[in-house]
Design a protein around this ligand. Structure first.
Ligand SMILES: Cc1cc2nc3c(=O)[nH]c(=O)nc-3n(C[C@H](O)[C@H](O)[C@H](O)COP(=O)(O)OP(=O)(O)OC[C@H]3O[C@@H](n4cnc5c(N)ncnc54)[C@H](O)[C@@H]3O)c2cc1C
Length: 231
């Protein structure tokens, strides 16, 4: 199939890797990206093993330079995470061209994010666009303890809270409520992007809906679910 649909696949080479913690690894890829259709927040598919495909999100997607990056969450429980752990400069892979849902709303003046480690690439990709378009943004990320400072270390102004699996998204929802109290109009003006753990994004969405946020202002994509493989 990959040979038949060669225009839909890219040959990429790993040109650099950086570990920010035991669980977060940024990989830089180079490829011929001329004529590749890209939208911020699009996803690419990696072959994690002979039979398994996994989704990831490119950011810093530079057509002319022919480079992009992916922030991988290394959770150690599946072939996608294992592949990402092993990647080294010089490795060559075949991946799908970017595709998937267009979540970014270019006309919105205010953007609000909720996610986790798996959402960092999506967040970085949209932030580039939001800054370029002079728009406002806020957000909260639910992370494991060892990753709480990483967004700030990377220069991103986003709140982080510890993950609470027994009560998904509860701490993040408290941050949302504080933000709503502090910023009049946020609820009415913002588009909300909810990505990452399915139980968490569903809990967050439920609160937004109960506060009267319209479905069209909530962009939701579950990236992984406890006990499920390869969403
Ligand atoms: C559109 C889209 C874009 C995505 N972009 C990114 C991205 O840029 N970076 C990124 O890291 N991930 C991203 N993901 C999430 C990633 O595809 C999933 O985490 C995927 O399940 C990883 O595959 P795996 O083979 O490692 O684990 P799987 O074989 O799918 O799952 C094995 C076990 O691990 C658990 N598991 C899966 N993911 C996690 C996790 N993150 N933390 C803890 N347990 C987990 C599952 O519940 C399951 O029990 C994206 C997903 C989608 C749908």
């Amino acid at each position: 199939m990959e040979n038949l649909l060669s225009s839909k696949y890219l040959d990429v080479e790993v040109t650099g890797t950086i570990k920010y913690s035991e669980e977060l690894k940024k990989v830089t890829f180079s490829a011929d990206l001329q004529h590749i259709d890209y939208h911020p927040g699009s996803s690419i598919i990696f072959r994690a093993s002979d039979r398994e495909l996994r989704h990831y999100t490119p950011y810093n997607f530079a057509e002319a330079a022919g480079t992009f990056e992916v922030m991988f969450h290394l959770h150690g429980k599946g072939p996608g995470s294992d592949l990402a752990s092993r990647l080294l400069p010089g490795d060559r892979l075949k991946i799908s061209a970017p595709g998937g849902k267009k979540l970014y709303e270019p006309k919105a003046d205010y953007h609000y994010f909720f996610g986790d480690e798996t959402s960092l690439s999506f967040y970085f990709a949209l932030m580039e666009e939001i800054h370029t378009n002079g728009q406002l943004c806020r957000g909260v990320l639910e992370l494991n303890e060892s990753n709480l400072n990483i967004p700030e270390d990377l220069g991103f102004d986003v709140k982080t809270v510890s993950r609470s699996p027994e009560n998904p998204a509860s701490t993040a929802i408290a941050v949302l409520q504080a933000d709503l109290a502090a910023i009049p109009g946020l609820l009415r003006q913002a588009v909300f992007y909810l990505t990452g753990n399915v139980a968490s994004v569903q809990a967050f969405r439920k609160v937004l809906r109960s506060l009267g946020v319209a479905s069209k202002s909530i962009k939701l994509q579950g990236y992984w679910a406890e006990g499920s493989v390869g969403l």
